[in-house]
Design a protein around this ligand. Structure first.
Ligand code: ADP
Ligand code: MG
Length: 697
């Protein structure tokens, strides 16, 4: 390939050193190649003309063809404005100018027809546009076919005439200059099979569309290509990993049988059984397991984790479970300790706050093999933590861990990389999972334990508070317990704390007869524990808290979750909070309290919560609202580097691209066939820049 794409942008005609420096600083564009990939983010449709009667408030910039009826100057001094009354065959409207009045006035002879472009606004019953762009109607422009590209730019660039138009002008020079050098990066076979536009034509259309369907095909092709190479990389990683990494064979089920026969407190759900079977199949296969288990809140992941550790321990090996926070690690420890003790298995907890003396014991017992299960936080990753034979590492809430940290876990056993089971309680949309975890096998616990009644969720406004209090009272009288949760966001901590305290006050006034608990981040941890314990034991009936309880507690008797200022929570957080109830046999409720005025997104969030309990559906909406860049874990994944493809909108293209990548690797795993040489070249080139990925494979 020629080096033309590496040419520095300052050498392009019309750019020069000063503009180049700005482009470097503002848009991170240094080379021809980078400029070429600065794709428009939107197009203005200059093929469509609106009639005056068709105008409406929610239109952005539109074009109207109208004739001048009369032009007048209104007001004096600073308030002076020029108003052109114009009309078409459906009505009249006004065009107004506050600046450049004299210059405009000369251009508006009565009777002449113009194309006006601007955002329509309505005053009273009359439509108007302020400072519209305008040009006289000629036979050419009335039927032109023109999608105007809109490029992202910045204030500083605009000040130097590098607005969207200015960037478009650069592309007008650049695209023809490099056009013949643009290599095709997909194979003929893939182009044909998926009916994709060629690369050269796609680049040309993306910057200078000639027709809507061609633009559409160009965008599709470039998105496909991005997804294709991302998937190819992930799939190759997976292949390399499975080939390279032998896994310890864990086939004994001795402890498992004992547990099933003598100790298990409930019948496993079919989904739990299936996931355990999938994990067991991996663990006895001789290849290293890398499996992601997605399971909604309350689906019983803890039990699955425990049973998997039994598989490891049956073969004389050890297991660890790593959680992202101390609270979570604690909770897992408490949960698993109960089961371990039944079985006489030694288990310990290691976090940042584990005392030095206790640490020493843990380190020793890990090395001599006495300690079978270690639960903890990132503290587990420290080099000093060495096992006799770590065979299984379970990672909870994977999306908060970087890939590099996962690699650190792998290094804990030199003979065999430990089997890895990743668990996540926040379901991830399939598209995101494919990309974030494309190198993992995926299991889904898609069933809740029997006897659970779906939680009923309602949305209430602050003015309904008395009724909500009445409802709380009824439930507590029936013997249930209630959570009332307030938001706590760091930036407004003091205000939130005041909200919480005010809430606590009014609740204690409303329910003097019921003992209350209060828990918030500002409390010492033993004070928090004490309050939690009182609630767990049922001594207190109502728990007033901030989101610290999000992950902390499991109280089956609690059947009501009230979320205050629900509009301020994200969807996945609302869903997690709701998951705190519905854990017992009683009908549970979630009440989302909010103010009356809501943003569009808040409305969608609350409606979604009311409509469904399905964590996957909720995750999909969340992805659409927030975009993948905002979702946790995406930073390390390369997703945020996508130039044109969008995980939240382009799922169908992603699926196609993944299929294509899979098929390709099945037929030509080394990409050694001549017809795939273009793909191999592209992979090699990307490898040189993608440090993150090569480190792992
Ligand atoms: P999560 O998937 O959210 O981590 P947990 O493992 O905390 O869920 O389980 C939630 C509750 O369901 C716990 O009280 C657990 O004991 C119970 N549970 C788990 N599996 C079953 C089952 N098969 N039948 C009945 N209850 C179960
Ligand atoms: Mg859990």
């Amino acid at each position: 390939m020629t080096g033309i794409f590496d040419t520095r942008i300052e050498y392009l005609k019309g750019v020069g050193p000063q503009k180049a420096e700005l482009l470097n600083k503002e848009l991170n564009i240094f080379t021809y190649g980078e400029m070429l990939q600065h794709y428009p983010f939107r197009y203005e449709d200059r093929t469509k003309f609106f009639k005056i009667r068709e105008l409406s408030d929610d239109l952005e910039n539109v074009q109207v063809i109208a004739r001048i009826k009369k032009v007048e100057l209104i007001g004096t001094g600073g308030k002076k404005r020029l108003v052109a009354h114009v009309f078409d065959d459906t009505g009249e409207m006004e065009m107004t100018w506050f600046k450049g009045i004299q210059w405009v006035q000369r251009k508006l002879p009565p009777g002449a027809a113009f194309i006006f472009l601007g955002k329509p606004a309505q005053f009273g019953r009359k439509w108007s546009m302020a400072h519209p762009e305008m040009e006289p109607v000629t036979s050419a422009n009335e039927q032109r076919n023109n999608f105007q590209p809109v490029y992202s730019t910045t204030e500083k660039l605009r000040a130097r005439f590098l607005d969207s138009r200015g960037i478009s002008k650069i592309q007008e020079v650049l695209v023809p200059a490099v056009y013949p050098h643009i290599p095709e990066t997909l194979s003929l076979e893939i182009l044909n099979q998926y009916q994709l536009l060629g690369k050269q034509e796609s680049i040309r259309q993306i910057h200078f569309p000639t027709a809507p369907d061609l633009l559409h095909r160009a965008r599709k092709r470039l998105k496909f290509e991005e997804f294709f190479y991302l998937q190819l990389r992930l799939l190759k990683m997976k292949v390399t990993r499975t080939e390279k990494s032998r896994g310890q064979i864990l086939s004994s089920t001795e402890l498992l049988t004992d547990f099933y026969k003598n100790h298990i407190p409930f019948e496993l759900t079919n989904a739990q059984k299936r996931v355990i079977r999938e994990a067991y199949t991996d663990m006895k296969s001789g290849k290293q397991m890398n499996r992601l288990t997605q399971g909604d809140v309350g689906s019983g992941k803890t039990m699955v984790a425990f049973i998997c550790t039994l598989i490891a321990i049956s073969s004389g090996a050890q297991a660890c479970l790593m959680a992202p926070t101390e609270i979570l690690a604690n909770q897992h420890y408490e949960g698993l300790k109960e089961y371990s003790e039944m079985m006489g298995i030694k288990i310990a907890l290691l976090t940042g706050s584990t005392k030095k003396s206790a640490r020493k014991v843990i380190h020793e017992e890990l090395l001599n093999g006495e300690l079978k299960i270690l639960i903890g936080t990132h503290a587990l990753l420290e080099d000093i933590v060495q096992f006799q034979n770590l065979a299984l590492a379970i990672v909870d809430e994977q999306h908060r861990f970087g890939v590099a940290q996962r690699a650190k876990l792998w290094a804990k056993n030199e003979a065999f990389i430990p089997h890895v089971l990743v668990m996540t309680a926040t379901p991830i949309p399939r598209t995101l999972a494919m990309t974030l975890y494309g190198d993992l096998d995926v299991s889904v616990i898609d069933e809740l334990p029997a006897g659970r009644k779906p939680i009923q969720t309602v949305h209430r406004y602050d003015k309904d508070r008395l009724k909500v209090f009445g409802f709380i009272n009824e439930e507590v009288k029936k013997g249930r317990q209630v959570y009332i949760v307030y938001p706590l966001i760091e930036e407004s901590e003091t205000m939130d704390l005041k909200n919480l305290m005010d809430g606590y006050e009014s609740i204690s006034r409303a329910f003097p007869q019921y003992p209350l608990s209060i828990v918030h981040g500002g409390m010492k941890s033993d004070a928090k524990d004490y309050e939690m314990q009182r609630f767990i034991k049922g001594e207190t009936k109502i728990m007033v808290a901030t989101t610290v309880i999000e992950v902390g507690v499991n109280v089956p008797n609690a059947s009501v979750m009230i979320i205050e200022n629900a509009e301020r929570f994200g969807l996945s957080q609302l869903h997690q909070l709701r998951g705190r109830v519905g854990r017992g046999a009683e009908q549970s409720y979630c009440v989302l309290m909010s103010k009356y005025e809501l943003s569009k997104d808040s409305k969608v969030r609350l409606e979604t919560m009311v409509r469904t309990n399905d964590g996957f559906e909720i995750a999909d909406v969340d992805l659409r609202l927030r975009g993948p860049g905002d979702m946790m874990g995406t930073q390390q994944s390369g997703i945020t580097d996508l130039l044109i493809a969008d995980l939240s909108k382009d799922a169908p293209i992603l699926t196609l691209a993944r299929d294509a990548a899979q098929q390709l690797l099945a037929n030509d795993p080394e990409l050694s066939q001549p017809e795939n040489s273009a793909i191999l070249r592209q992979v090699k080139q990307q490898k040189a820049t993608a440090v993150n990925w090569s480190r792992i494979s």
